[in-house]
Unconditional design. Structure first.
Length: 737
């Protein structure tokens, strides 16, 4: 018994030993949350509680596997006999176990199949076809998102029908029709989707008291990890299971709730005491704020930041540094304001090279965080030039992303219509109703005539098996490509591509999806324009052919070495053996949303600018702004030894160059901005009298005069409208061209 508790601090020990009644553990970043859960399970077993009476639930299979392995080690080291392990699983896998046993009690068959995202999309497409709904107006991904969101809130299609009838919203009424048909088809196919698993499990437990009693009796001790990330369905499942005995322990941190866009409801953790005081006389709250990960300076700035959030547990105190203290006087937190994104990337790379040269960091212990996927592109370009190995977590490299490959395929087809690979990739993107059957007919015709596939399209009206309507669609596509074949000789690469993605409807199709993923893809597509504008600045005489050639010559092989999980986990696989200069992963790149749960010696938190972090989409909502602050806080608390914050006074992003103010978060953390003056002075020299500029409101103009410097730099601009304006450059949003 003492062995289980001996390596725990007083708060951790208290959390492990409190086994009866509801317990809320507010576990700050780096405080040993998983350690407490696993030791608590081992303590319960050694106390005499049967493993079969213990249930621990978390969010991912990876987290559940890690927790299970730790429990096995704890129990096996203290038992000479065979061990039994409690059930440690995800919400979805637990719900599936329940449904396999008793789903027939709510009218379904136990031998149901589970549709993944692909199966769900296929079924929705069937519904759209049957209901004669235009897939261009109602995107499959947007419908799937609406259905999944409804199920996460325990809204089945009958409830959704009542909701839409009262709402009178045409879009929701159409979704309701699709949802109803989709549900009937699922039932006919004896299938459930992922959203059904928890929703139907809750329905089953609510409707049948004997089944609820069975699971309440079996799982008398319940533990929920990452409770701040639970949605409404997960919350209700937890509440039902823990209602009878009240031996429920939830672990989480409201300051690390960053998935509101995915349905997470932070009220679940904030109102825990209120929810469970009704069932039990007392709710125990333990606050674990001892941080074993980060240096004190890092925790100071993180604490300074998060205290600006209103909607949080202010009573839990701040993160406190535990462990070795830094002996040197220099702060381990720094802030640099750079002129533009190229300087930002080069600065980060130079700092990384310096640290590696001094052997201050081992391979894979340096991370670059950014708010949006599109920001990775500039870093990737610099790393390739500097021959520094890197890996991108949870995403693929910029030029390998689907939307980028789609757009580049359009360009390749415009440059070389004989490129059948590019043609087949984009002929039906966005949807033109030119399916596999039609493409196969075109290929067979081209093969017989000994011509390329594009020439087959030119002669589609000669293929008897292709009807007149389909021929018109093919002809329209060919006309579109022919138009851009002419335009490529007169337009710049960036302008050609901008027109192409707009006229194809590629961006509008993504906008119609209106999901987190589709918005990220739009940002990436626009960021490609930024890359093209940089190419034009470096190579004024360069054309689209040369740009595509440069992209093709980029050596992306080996950038994600063996031993790293490129599907999204972000941790080196055990025993990966990353040795030898040529194979080492020097740097890990990822978005802030993927950083949670990880830690690195040195973290570069880049793009600390208003409109980027916090993101511009969060500006209108205080709740969303607070989530952006929590996201920044999560990024900061991943750093163990060094935290570097960077921003740019000027950034070309999504194809547009704009002037930025440093993020409000920089001011809130109270980091010295001593480098700002130097950068601002450099900016002053870049503005010339007579230079052409563009203002977001007044349009194009010419600089007549300038005065002041740094933040006080002013311009007198004569605009094409004839108006003369005196503008403060810091806030004017002027662009040079």
């Amino acid at each position: 018994m003492n062995d289980i508790l001996k390596d725990l601090n007083s708060k951790q020990r208290e959390a492990v030993q409190h086994t009866e009644g509801p317990l809320l553990i507010l576990a700050g970043a780096g405080s040993g949350k998983t350690r407490v859960i696993t030791h608590r399970i081992a303590h319960l077993v050694h106390k005499g509680i049967s493993p079969s009476n213990i249930l621990a639930v978390t969010f991912t299979n990876k987290a559940a596997d890690e927790m299970r392995q730790r429990v096995v080690r704890l129990l096996s080291s203290r038992s000479a006999h065979g061990i039994h392990i409690p059930l440690i699983c995800t919400f979805h896998s637990f719900s599936m176990r329940v449904l396999r046993q008793d789903i027939d009690r709510i009218g379904e068959r136990r031998d149901f199949v589970i549709y993944d995202e692909s199966g769900q999309s296929s079924l929705i497409k069937e519904c759209l076809k049957e209901l004669r709904i235009d897939e261009k107006k109602f995107k499959v991904s947007a419908i799937a998102n609406a259905i999944n969101k409804a199920k996460d809130n325990l809204v089945d299609f009958e409830s959704y029908q009542i909701y839409t009838a009262a709402d009178g919203n045409y879009y929701r009424e159409v979704i309701n029709d699709i949802y109803a048909l989709y549900s009937r088809k699922l039932s006919r196919n004896n299938a459930l989707d992922f959203g059904d698993l928890i929703m139907k499990c809750v329905q089953l437990l609510k409707q049948h008291k004997d089944i609820l009693d069975k699971y309440q009796e079996r799982f008398r001790y319940l533990m929920i990890d990452e409770y701040q990330d639970t949605n409404h369905a997960q919350y209700m499942l937890t509440k039902l299971l823990g209602k009878k005995y009240g031996n429920i322990c939830v672990v989480g941190d409201d300051d690390q709730s960053i998935y509101m866009w995915r349905g997470a409801d932070m009220r679940n953790i904030l109102h825990f005491e209120k929810d469970y005081t009704k069932q039990n006389s007392s709710v125990r709250v333990l606050k674990m704020m001892e941080n074993y990960r980060s240096a004190k300076d890092i925790l100071d700035v993180a604490n300074n930041l998060i205290k600006h959030n209103i909607y949080r547990r202010h009573d839990k105190g701040v993160l406190r540094c535990v462990g070795a203290k830094r002996s040197q006087k220099k702060s381990c937190v720094d802030f640099m304001e750079m002129l533009n994104e190229q300087e930002e990337a080069q600065y980060v790379v130079n700092e990384i090279k310096l640290r590696l040269k001094k052997k201050n960091s081992s391979d894979g212990d340096i991370a670059i965080f950014y708010r949006t996927n599109a920001q990775s592109r500039v870093f990737e370009d610099v790393f390739r030039r500097e021959n520094i190995k890197y890996t991108i977590v949870g995403s693929v490299q910029f030029y390998e992303r689907k939307e980028i490959r789609d757009i580049l395929s359009y360009l390749r087809l415009v440059v070389n219509p004989s490129d059948s690979v590019a043609l087949k990739r984009i002929i039906n993107i966005p949807n033109r109703s030119i399916g596999k059957v039609t493409i196969n007919q075109l290929e067979q015709f081209a093969l017989k005539q000994n011509i390329c596939l594009y020439e087959g399209l030119l002669n589609a009206d000669k293929i008897n098996s292709i009807n007149e309507s389909k021929c018109r669609t093919i002809k329209s596509f060919v006309s579109f490509i022919e138009k851009f074949k002419k335009d490529k000789n007169t337009l710049s690469v960036a302008e050609l591509t901008s027109r192409l993605i707009n006229e194809t409807g590629y961006i509008s199709a993504l906008e119609a999806e209106d999901t987190f993923e589709s918005r990220a893809r739009i940002e990436n597509a626009k960021e490609l324009i930024s890359a093209m504008r940089e190419f034009e600045e470096r190579t004024p005489s360069g054309n689209v052919e040369f740009f595509l050639e440069q992209i093709s010559l980029m050596d992306t092989s080996g950038m994600v070495p063996e031993g790293y999980d490129v599907e999204g986990n972000g941790n080196p696989k055990s025993g990966s053996g990353l040795t030898g200069h040529g194979s080492r992963v020097r740097v890990v790149l990822m978005t802030l949303h993927l950083a949670k749960g990880l830690e690195f010696d040195h973290v570069f938190l880049t793009g600390m600018e208003e409109g980027l972090l916090p993101h511009i989409n969060s500006m209108a909502s205080e709740a969303e702004l607070e989530e952006e602050r929590r996201l920044c806080y999560v990024g900061m608390t991943r750093a163990k030894k060094q935290l570097s914050l960077t921003c740019c006074s000027e950034r070309r992003l999504y194809g547009t160059r704009r002037w930025n103010l440093p993020s409000r978060f920089v001011n809130e953390v109270q980091v010295s901005m001593g480098t700002t003056k130097k950068v601002r002075e450099k900016e002053t020299s870049l503005w010339r009298i007579g230079q052409r500029v563009r203002h977001p409101m007044f349009g194009d103009g010419k600089i007549l005069d300038k005065s002041g410097s740094g933040d006080g730099l002013k311009m007198v601009v004569l605009f094409n409208s004839g108006e003369t304006k005196k503008l403060l450059v810091k806030y004017a949003g002027l662009q040079r061209y």
